[in-house]
Design a protein around this ligand. Sequence first.
Ligand SMILES: [Zn+2]
Length: 107
Amino acid sequence: MVRQCVHCTSQRAVLRRPKTAEPLCRECFYAALEQEVHETISAARLFKPGERVAVAASGGKDSTVLAHMLTTLNARHGCVARQGQGSVVDGGCAHACGCGGAAVPHF
Ligand SMILES: [Zn+2]
């Protein structure tokens, strides 16, 4: 039996959200997660508008999702923070920036 998404009721559910046990389609899951992160950031006043935020990304799923989520929320709401691009490479810099592999942040 194919379950329908309980939010939009027009798409097939692709997962049951662990937090709420709701069957959701992909789009509704992303929307619910983004809304929850936005509400958490706003309620806790984690960032001030225009503030620069460094995201330390290991390349794993958690930090990759976080970086994507902050970019998405910033574009959508314009109230998260301005993000700079940076890189810190453990064991040496892999960029042609002239830092000599000093593993320093580049913002
Ligand atoms: Zn849906």
